[in-house]
Design a protein around this ligand. Structure first.
Ligand code: FE
Length: 175
């Protein structure tokens, strides 16, 4: 009888664990990041720019420093590039590395400049961001490590990705 009860308890425990695992799997799958995040490792050979916090603070405006170096976010629909449709290239506002092209820019309606892809996958790195109770994929400049924004998997074809980038992290160079 005791053996039967123990067996029942064991089965219930296994079932509960299985449900928990499925929930966790689903959460991880839902994060747009896992397949993309691995690119960060392939990008690790890029030449890096390393500066002290004091140097960045001296070179950047207060708002650039807050977003680029302290992982801040500009208010939606306030940045200078979210609605820009000109042809050209978007570089990192901190180090000048060319990151995005107007060819991949699209109007996502989210209030931030949005792109389906970077100019080259080696230009950006990805970190898992679990701040504010959410699981998101942070996008950073591969060259200087500055925060650019986040990438989500609800973008249009051909990539299905939406790189949601702060205007203040970018510098537009018109073609
Ligand atoms: Fe940079």
């Amino acid at each position: 009888m005791i053996a039967l009860r123990l067996m029942t308890l064991l089965l219930i425990s296994l079932f509960a664990f299985s449900c928990t695992s499925k929930t966790q799997d689903k959460q991880q799958t839902a994060a747009p990041s896992d397949s993309i995040t691995n690119e960060a490792y392939r990008n690790s050979k890029m030449e890096k720019i390393v500066k002290t916090d004091a140097e960045w603070k001296k070179e950047l405006s207060d708002e650039q420093y807050r977003v680029l170096r302290q992982k801040g976010t500009e208010r939606a629909f306030t940045g200078k590039y979210f609605d820009l449709k000109d042809d050209g290239t978007y570089s990192c506002a901190a180090c000048g590395s060319e990151l995005f092209s107007s060819l991949q820019k699209f109007d996502s309606g989210c209030g931030w400049p949005s792109y389906t892809a970077p100019l080259d996958s080696s230009k950006v790195e990805f970190h898992k961001d679990i701040s504010f109770g959410m699981v998101r994929t942070e996008v950073l400049c591969a060259k200087c490590g500055s925060h650019l924004g986040h990438v989500f998997d609800d973008g249009p074809e051909p990539t299905g990705n939406r790189y949601c980038i702060n205007s203040v992290s970018l510098k537009f160079i018109k073609k």
